[in-house]
Design a protein around this ligand. Structure first.
Ligand code: T1G
Length: 658
């Protein structure tokens, strides 16, 4: 055994130096790994007992990319581009034996090899744009030389992950090996000896076909909105067809270094580490989650059918219950409709649809839930309805089964305390459409047992969603902050801004939709009902904007009624002079003189309102850490990920001021 560094070792088999990277958890390309790889390549080059080389990873990952923890520091020698160049230039054949994920710099190492073989479970991605950067070790120049410009734009500018089959079709891979990967790679390396080697950097990337290139570019940029990295990625990939390799590489490196130090990259790195931090829940470190494989769902409206579809997508069994057989079969039709949409978009095939439906049973009889491990209620958001349901569930389900409520605003503790076993109750707050949205707020009630909470977290992860654990408060993390955002947006109306000006400012900032467009989409009546409920206890000294009440009184409930903060004509949103007049009248009634409000003031005030509410949630112990709040707003409310979330923004502004 040869040790090239603490994390890279090798052995010589049949004249082939098999180099193995062993740097758990993800074989990231840290300084030590780079030093080891560099030493190994030198050893392979300089000694006559080696005729060829193989590079592979220990464990389940080939190479997880650059070490993200080193990003805050200046690049240290040896740098990855030099290692990649040495692999490609090697006179002795180098084969990549891809035993798992080849991501970012890992993909770049593989691209430089003279042949690539992989296990069927291997995955490939250039995820750099998700970190606000572009590939920094030749990815934008070598990938298009191997697979063409349109496919390279698709992968690099979207950061899309693909499996081994697709990689083989695209020609990223030369072969999939189902047997002993390392033995096969050593055989391949020997077979290449003495033959002319195919060096990816020497291949030509034709600037064709124009139409496909333009389409790939348009598609990637449409998703990118305010993000810089995807735009730069497209520019660099196009360059691969226009410039010689060294020029392309130099331009790529300069862009990589510039973006690495950008504000967007800092924000996206924060999001990356925030997601890993959120997975660590205090008090659950050594708790085994209760089993949850058969999932009961009560209520098959929009939310329930969306949750059912997400559960079926995750390979679990669903027992769905409605008030009667007729409602149950309507619910089944709704789920079938959602699966049909997946079928049409190519996400699943006909067999996949059929297989999912084979795991679904629907019933109008609650006793069908006796076999469920976890029951999620998604019925009408009313306290009496929900408590009544939970009491009935108590008599039907197994004693260890978990009961989850998908309430948005009600107090789950009040629901829990009416049951026989409050320790098995928790909140699972999904976002609509539940089969698409990634966020799930996992609500820890006063008496939720640790293995029940852990089961909620594990279940959301199984659904490939992002669980954020939070405490009980009206609206949990997301809707509490959203309420503060709504309140400030309404203050802005009274102060002098109009809905479309506020929306434009927030869309310019990076939100997919401004607040008023969102209110119209969601419907104005739920917030109206809440305001009416709160009217009796509202402090008369508290600033209260009654414009939304006037809108609702006029029957303007948003998009579904064709009128809300905007007018909807043929599906298009237009400014309504009637609303402007209502706003002006409301200001006049309070004797408020409107002033011109800049886009900068609008974003600044709305962001500050979110951060202030977030700080309150932290001090009340509802949210565990600021980064959890950022994740909720990014994944549930359209906050632009490349800004890092409201708490991150507030922290950066504080740093800049001091
Ligand atoms: N660097 C440092 N730490 C990393 C890491 C990385 N690249 N990837 C993961 N970790 C840590 C993570 O913080 C966590 O730590 C643990 O590993 C397990 O991660 C030059 C510039 C590989 C698919 O973007 O997608 O290459 O919290 O919980 O679900 O062009 O991690 O336990 O302390 O996510 O099994 C490109 C990002 C870099 C890969 C594994 N690479 N990672 O998923 O485990 S840019 C990426 C992932 C680059 C070049 C450029 C996933 C994974 P802790 P995990 P997982």
């Amino acid at each position: 055994m040869l040790a090239f560094s603490d994390t890279v070792r090798g052995r010589i088999v049949d004249g082939v130096l098999a180099i193995e990277i062993d740097h758990p958890p993800v074989n990231a390309l840290s300084i030590d790994v780079r030093a080891g790889l560099s030493a190994a390549l030198r050893r392979g080059r300089d000694t006559p007992d080696v005729d060829a080389m193989v590079i592979t990873g220990a464990g389940k990952i080939f190479i997880g990319g650059a070490d993200i923890r080193e990003f805050g520091q200046p690049p240290a020698e040896p740098i990855l581009p030099a290692i990649v160049a040495a692999i490609e230039a090697s006179a002795k054949p180098v084969v990549a034996a891809i035993n798992g994920a080849a991501l970012g710099g890992g993909l770049e190492v593989a691209l430089a090899a003279h042949r690539r073989i992989a296990m069927p479970s291997a995955t490939f991605a250039a995820p750099e744009v998700k970190l606000g950067i572009v590939p920094g070790a030749g990815g934008t120049q070598r990938l298009p030389r191997l697979i063409g410009i349109p496919a390279a734009i698709d992968l690099i500018a979207n950061g899309r992950t693909i499996g081994a089959e697709e990689a083989l079709k695209l020609d990223i891979l030369d072969r999939i090996e189902t047997g002993d990967l390392l033995a096969a790679a050593i055989g391949e390396a020997r077979a290449l000896m003495g033959k002319p080697l195919r060096r990816t950097g020497e291949c030509q990337a034709p600037a064709l076909p124009h139409e496909a290139i333009d389409t790939a570019e348009k598609k990637a940029l449409a998703r990118a909105r305010g993000q810089i990295a995807p735009r730069e990625a497209v520019r660099l990939v196009r360059l691969a067809a226009e410039r010689p390799l060294p020029e392309g590489l130099a331009e790529e490196r300069a862009t990589f270094l510039r973006l690495r130090d950008s504000e967007q990259a800092a924000a996206l790195r924060h999001v990356f580490f925030a997601e890993r931090a959120a997975a660590k829940v205090e008090g659950l470190e050594s708790v085994t989650p209760r089993d949850a494989r058969t999932i009961g769902i009560v209520g098959l409206g929009l939310m329930g059918s969306g949750i059912a579809t997400a559960v079926l997508d995750a390979g679990l069994t669903v027992i769905a219950v409605e008030q009667n057989e007729d409602a149950a079969s309507k619910g089944r039709v709704r789920i079938e409709g959602l699966l049909d949409r997946s079928l049409q978009s190519g996400r699943i095939d006909a067999a996949g649809r059929q297989e999912r439906l084979s795991r679904l049973s629907t019933s109008g009889d609650m006793t069908a839930l006796k076999d469920a491990d976890l029951i999620i209620e998604a019925v009408f958001d009313d306290l009496d309805v929900k408590t009544n349901l939970f009491q009935r569930l108590d008599d039907v389900v197994r004693p260890e089964a978990i009961l989850a409520t998908n309430t948005s605003y009600l107090d789950p503790d009040r629901i829990a305390t009416t049951t026989a076993r409050p320790e098995r109750v928790l909140g699972l707050h999904f976002f609509s459409p539940a089969n698409v949205m990634r966020l799930v707020e996992v609500v820890r009630c006063a008496r939720t047992a640790p293995d029940v909470l852990a089961a909620g977290v594990a279940f959301a992860k199984r659904l490939r969603k992002l669980p954020i654990v939070c405490g009980v408060t009206e609206g949990f993390i997301g809707n509490r902050i959203f309420s503060a955002y709504r309140r400030e947006a309404e203050f802005l109306l009274e102060d002098g801004a109009l809905p479309h000006q506020i929306d434009a400012a927030m869309e310019e900032y990076g939100f997919a939709m401004g607040p008023f467009a969102v209110f119209d989409l969601a419907g104005l009546e739920i917030a109206w009902a809440r305001r009416k409920r709160q009217a009796a206890t509202r402090d008369p000294k508290e600033r209260y904007v009654d414009i939304p009440d006037r809108l609702c009184e006029a029957g303007r409930f948003g998009q579904k009624t064709g009128r809300g903060w905007y007018l909807y004509q043929d599906g298009k949103r237009v400014i309504d002079p009637e609303v402007t007049a209502m706003i002006e009248a409301a200001r006049a009634a309070k004797g408020l003189a409107p002033r011109a409000i800049s886009a900068g003031e609008i974003t600044q005030r709305l962001l500050a309102a979110m951060a202030t509410e977030g700080t309150a949630l932290l001090s009340e112990g509802i949210a565990a850490r600021p980064s959890d709040i950022d994740l909720v707003m990014i994944n549930g409310y359209g906050f632009p990920a490349h800004k890092g979330g409201p708490m991150f923004v507030a922290e950066r502004m504080k740093e800049q001021r001091t």
